[in-house]
Ligand binder design. Structure first.
Ligand SMILES: [Zn+2]
Length: 146
């Protein structure tokens, strides 16, 4: 069984559309639409462990690959242990989805209709890489750095 199949068969109610986790040409693994997703609709969300920003900064220095979203000056969520497929969503300078952070969850909404097999991407915006990580999204007008 592939990782993607395992994740889609156990999909929780808040994962509105089927998404496969597959190798991405952008970076590592990515989240790919497994069915057509209409524009503007919610794709799914990720839920993780609620931690303090201080703890988040400590964890970020310990791990090479980590997914932490800071919700406020004090609270953050660590998604590193999450099984939600949306946590594999890569950054693109020309994203087809957007993030919406509310009540300790990160929700994903389609910016346009997404075809089956298309990789779902969001614009991460401000990251802790501070322009030090090369962007490989390949979009026309790519900023080049995260
Ligand atoms: Zn880019």
């Amino acid at each position: 069984m592939t990782l993607g199949a395992a994740l889609t068969t156990t999909r929780p109610a808040y994962q509105k559309y089927a998404v496969d986790v597959k190798a991405s040409r952008i970076d590592g693994f990515g989240a790919f639409a497994a069915e057509p997703i209409p524009a503007r609709l919610k794709i799914g969300e990720i839920r993780g462990e609620s931690i303090s920003v201080a703890e988040a900064r400590i964890r970020a220095t310990r791990h090479e690959r980590i997914m932490i979203v800071e919700l406020s000056a004090r609270r953050a969520i660590d998604f590193s242990q999450s099984a939600d497929p949306m946590r594999y969503t890569n950054h693109s300078c020309k994203a087809n989805a957007r993030l919406c952070i509310r009540q300790g969850r990160v929700e994903f909404y389609a910016l346009r209709a997404i075809e089956p097999g298309e990789e779902i991407t969001v614009n991460y915006g401000e990251t802790h890489h501070q322009g030090q990580l090369a962007c490989r999204c390949g979009a026309p007008g790519c900023a080049g750095w995260l």
